[in-house]
Structures are given as C-alpha cells and as structure tokens.
Design a protein. Structure first.
Length: 476
C-alpha cells in the first residue's frame, strides 16, 4: 500500500470484516500481520490458508539492473520451478529440507512449508560436541534439550526427523578460523562463519545429495529476490521485521546457495511467529527464549572461553597520546577495538584505540578521543553476493552506497574506492591511508560531502512531508 500498489483483499465472510485495518506489506503474506484471527487460519490447512492469505508481488529495481526482481515467496517458488522444469509443477513435487534447530523459528518454517504442500524433510544439525570440553555442563547450554524439542516439533507435524553431524567441519572451518583470528588480533564473527561454511555450504550439499532437495529452508529473518530471467543472480534482502533482521549474518553466503534457499519467515514479525506456534500447538517451542550468544560458549564469559584455547601473554597498556604505560593487559586476543578497559586502579575511563600485535601493546584513549573514530576503512577482498558493481571494475571510480558494521545497525552512507595496491606497514594504533593512491575522478571528501548533503535533503523532505500530513515517498 505504502509503495502505491493496489491491494486486493481476498478474504471471505466475517473474516474479511475483522481483517480490515491489517497492516499490508509489499511482498508479504497478509497473515504475517493478521493477529490471532489470521494466525488461527494460517496453522490449519492449506485450503483455509488460501482463503485468508494474499501475496502482493513487489518489484525491486536497481540502477544497474533495469530488470525487476520479485520477492521470493512460497507461492512464487512453484511458478519458478514450473519455468525451470518446463512442466506444470505442484508443491508436493518440490522437496525442501528444513534445518530444525529446536527453536520456534525453524519449527514454524517447517509447518508453513508442510501446510503449503511441499515435501518436507526436517533435519537437526549437530555442529558442536560438548563432550570434548571438560567443563561444567551448566555453562554449555542445552544441545540435548534442543534436539528433544526438535523431535517434539517433528512428531507434532507428523514428519520424520533426521540428524546430520557436522562437528569435524565446524571445528575445521569455523572454530579454528575463529581462534586464529583472535590470535592475530582480529575479532571474527562466528555466526557469519557458520552460515558461510556450515549451514549454507556443507549442510546444503548434504541435503541435495541425500534427499535430492530442490531447496533448503531455515528460520532466518531475511528475504530473497528472484530476477525475472530464470537462473540469473538472486538478491539478499532484509526482513520485514527489522528488529530481527539477520541478513547481516548471511552477507557472505555464496550465490549458488542463496538460489536454493528459502526463508519462510522473511515477511513475518516475531510476535506473529510465536502466536502461530501457540495456535498450532507447538507448546515445546512457542514460548522458548531466543538463542543468544555463540553455541559453543554457552553461559560462560567469552574471555573465559578463549583462555581455554589461547595462552595469556601480558603486555603494556599505553596512552594513545603520551605513549605512557598505564597498565598491564593479559593478552591482545582478549580485547577488541572500541572495548572499554575494565581494570582496577584506573581513575579514568579508557577504551581500546589500537593494537600492535607484534609488540604486544594495547593503546587506549579516553571517551570522545579522535582516535576512537574514523571516516575511512581499508578492507581486504570483497564478497559480492551478485556481481562486482560496475563502478568498482575500474580502479579510479567511486561507488556510492550504504554500509553496516554491526547487525541491526541502520545503514549509513559511504563511498567505496578501489585501490590497485595497498602499502603494507607495521600495524599502528590509528588507520593509515595508502601512501600513493591513484588520483580519483572526484576526491573522496567531495563525494562524501555531496552524499551527506543528499542524505540531509532527503531527511528534511521526509520531515516536511510528515508535518504536512502527506505520505513520504518510499522506494520499494
């Protein structure tokens, strides 16, 4: 509705009258915001859902790709497979493996796929063996309980539960890289590594090989946009529920895996997911708390966990300005940029401003110090989900875009410049730009200034539109 589409209500009887005022969202099933009335219908049968569900297709345009992209839905998958196979395809002809984790999100995903008529194979992934760690099990979370909950969900849905073991792959491709990264002074993200290496790599390949699956579904809050032309690159989109959006953790998943992925909850809100689970009788997971933290850390402090695998190596803590030693740290691996240093004897607050791994020195600064902020970042190789933007195929061009460095963070404007080479120097507390960058067509400061001005003008226009009662112009 907000994007200017004509929304067709396909409700029948008194349900249609009670559904008036439902918040319609482009590209999403209406029961995603329908409340208890539509939730009850959604968890019954496919026939009842067809009466209470409508999907409004959304076209996503990109300046470099004039062809529209349609947000992937369970309904569009049937049409997509019909085009791929060249014959009329029904939902039951499409095999879907669902990663069933023992949580509410994957449970509702499996149920929605089953009710839509797909041939569903729920699979529980075992990625970490807590028996390998000689530590009090109360700190390790409850993998056994998760498996029991997954069994209860599969039994309730009348589906057989399968189990796949990826413990060796997880240790080799995720955990080892994580520890190596910390030893080098970096702060890796294990969730990003797990999605890239395990869930959307080894798990995908195993699902296709063992079950002949056409798609692999998970309970992630994200969406996929399919191009009009079959077998072209797909796009990864944020979920409708921005407070639960997980596209950040999927940012390094490869294109071939995304093409075979389904995210049934991408157009739904968390509260509706729990309501659907409750109405469906999935008691074991309906009120189960969301999993937080890293699976192999559990309730322990992360620094305590790291000490089991990384030896402490004391070194100096120095002031960023005076270079005076003001304390002793127990190892660079246990600190990250921006982290507050909490040590007894410090009269003032200090934050990590830089690390010298070779000399084992941590540099700190007081709050508000300029070294804690930067207006540029030098990064390594880039992973493009679709293809390299045309602006970056030539070294002297600039790409105007938005970026995030944390999950759930609102995107901020930036300009990306591709350097042909980066001067390698000894790590210093503050970022050092390349020594001889090529002369760009437009300077970085100019493009950032212009981009910020455009952003400010857009914000001002939106505020004026809201104050005047007009609806702001939104891009799909």
């Amino acid at each position: 509705r907000d994007a200017g589409f004509t929304v067709l209500r396909t409700f029948g009887g008194d349900v249609g009258h009670r559904a008036l005022g439902v918040r319609f969202t482009v590209g999403s099933p209406l029961y995603a915001y329908g409340g208890p009335v539509l939730a009850r219908r959604a968890v019954s049968t496919a026939t009842q859902r067809a009466r209470t569900t409508a999907t409004v297709p959304a076209a996503v345009h990109h300046q470099d790709h004039p062809l529209p992209f349609n947000v992937r839905t369970l309904e569009s998958i049937i049409q997509l497979e019909t085009v791929k196979r060249g014959t009329p395809t029904k939902a039951r002809d499409i095999k879907v493996v669902v990663g069933l984790s023992g949580g509410v999100d994957s449970a509702v995903s499996a149920m929605l796929l089953r009710d839509a008529g797909f041939t569903v194979y729920p699979v529980y992934m075992r990625n970490w063996d807590s028996n390998d760690e000689q530590v009090d099990r109360k700190y390790l979370g409850c993998p056994e309980q998760d498996y029991k909950d997954a069994q209860a969900v599969a039994k309730h849905l009348q589906l057989p539960l399968y189990q796949m073991d990826f413990v060796p792959e997880y240790w080799e491709n995720v955990f080892t890289d994580l520890i190596d990264g910390y030893q080098r002074g970096n702060t890796p993200n294990p969730d990003v590594l797990c999605n890239r290496e395990i869930k959307f790599n080894h798990f995908h390949h195993a699902a296709i090989k063992q079950f002949g699956a056409s798609y692999v579904a998970t309970g992630h809050y994200a969406r996929i946009a399919d191009p009009v032309v079959p077998d072209s690159d797909v796009r990864l989109l944020r979920s409708i529920d921005r407070s639960k959006d997980q596209s950040y953790f999927l940012s390094q998943v490869k294109q071939d895996a995304l093409r075979r992925s389904l995210f049934p909850l991408g157009a739904m809100c968390k509260n509706n997911v729990r309501q659907i689970a409750k109405e469906a009788g999935l008691i074991s997971v309906a009120a189960k708390p969301d999993s937080t933290g890293v699976c192999f850390v559990g309730a322990r402090k992360f620094s305590d966990f790291l000490r089991r695998y990384i030896q402490e190596k004391p070194g100096d803590i120095r002031h960023i300005d005076t270079k005076e030693t003001i304390g002793i740290h127990n190892g660079i691996s246990f600190y990250t940029i921006g982290q507050r240093i909490r040590k007894g004897g410090f009269l003032d607050r200090y934050f990590v401003a830089g690390k010298n791994v070779q000399k084992n020195i941590i540099y700190v600064a007081p709050p508000g110090h300029s070294s804690l902020y930067t207006d540029h970042i030098v990064t390594g190789s880039m992973h493009w989900i679709s293809s390299t933007p045309p602006e970056l195929k030539e070294p002297n061009n600039l790409l105007q875009c938005e970026y995030r460095i944390r999950n759930l963070e609102e995107p901020a404007l930036c300009a990306v410049h591709r350097y042909t080479s980066i001067a390698t120097t000894t790590p210093t507390p503050t970022p050092t730009p390349p020594t001889t960058p090529p002369t760009p067509l437009t300077t970085l400061s100019d493009i950032m200034h212009n981009t910020q001005q455009q952003h400010q003008q857009q914000q001002l226009q939106r505020r004026k539109a809201v104050q005047s009662g007009a609806r702001p112009n939104k891009q799909p």
